[in-house]
Design a protein around this ligand. Structure first.
Ligand SMILES: O=C(O)CCC(=O)C(=O)O
Ligand SMILES: [Fe+2]
Length: 215
């Protein structure tokens, strides 16, 4: 697995969709071999007790809230070749987003997420009060197979939150992209362990008198 690249034509399709409708579901975006390696790593980290309960908010506002989200996470920091390859692919996407949308994205952050049976993430937007610097959300799904009756769909709603836009099954190698502040979304309760990498392309808001929040 060397020099993996996202297909440039598909990147253009994805960016066009983000502009037109605020979201895109990219089937088979991430090569299966890389997904397998990431899936294995996530399972290993769970067995070794290296996942942490996910929280809501950052810094002082950070609080565990089991009623809203129940996944367990681990931040990616290029600890393994698989993590580095995944982050390289997202960097490729970031360069194109910058070039085509002039978003001024300067950073990408991502964590593994494991939803155990019964886990969910209630409807929310991916930005925090006073730190609206997440521009585009990415979620890659790692389970080798997913069946329709296993639940765990990602549901996207329109900006006004009056209507469901789509319901996406966490299929292996698929990459969901959407505008972070715009679209409310939720993860429906899953019946099987559900493995993913959630990430955010962020822009620098420090120039607007906001201090960039710590992880
Ligand atoms: O896993 C997903 O499909 C979405 C996760 C999510 O909304 C989040 O982590 O903010
Ligand atoms: Fe989210």
């Amino acid at each position: 697995m060397f020099n993996l690249q996202l297909e440039s034509e598909s990147i253009n399709t994805a960016i066009d969709a983000l502009v037109d409708k605020g979201w895109y579901f990219w089937h088979n975006a991430i090569p299966t071999s890389l997904c397998d390696a990431l899936y294995f790593e996530l399972q290993q980290r769970q067995q070794d007790g290296e996942l942490q309960q996910a929280g809501i908010g950052r810094g002082q506002e950070h609080q565990l809230n089991q009623r809203i989200r129940r996944d367990a996470i681990h931040w990616l920091e290029r600890q393994t070749p698989a993590q580095a390859q995944y982050l390289d692919l997202m960097q490729q996407l970031q360069l194109e987003l910058n070039r085509q949308l002039f978003l001024g994205l300067f950073e990408y952050e991502a964590h593994f997420a494991l939803y155990s049976p019964g886990d969910f993430y209630k409807k929310h937007r991916d930005s925090f009060r006073g730190a609206a610097n997440r521009m585009v959300t990415s979620v890659t799904y790692l389970n080798p197979t997913w069946q329709a009756d296993w639940g765990g769909e990602l549901v996207l709603y329109n900006e006004e939150d009056t209507q469901e836009l789509t319901r996406l099954m966490p299929q292996c190698g698929a990459l969901a992209l959407f505008m972070s502040e715009q679209l409310p979304h939720e993860v429906l309760p899953t019946r099987q362990p559900r493995a993913s990498i959630a990430g955010w392309f962020r822009c620098n808001t420090s120039t607007h008198d906001l201090v960039n929040p710590p992880k």
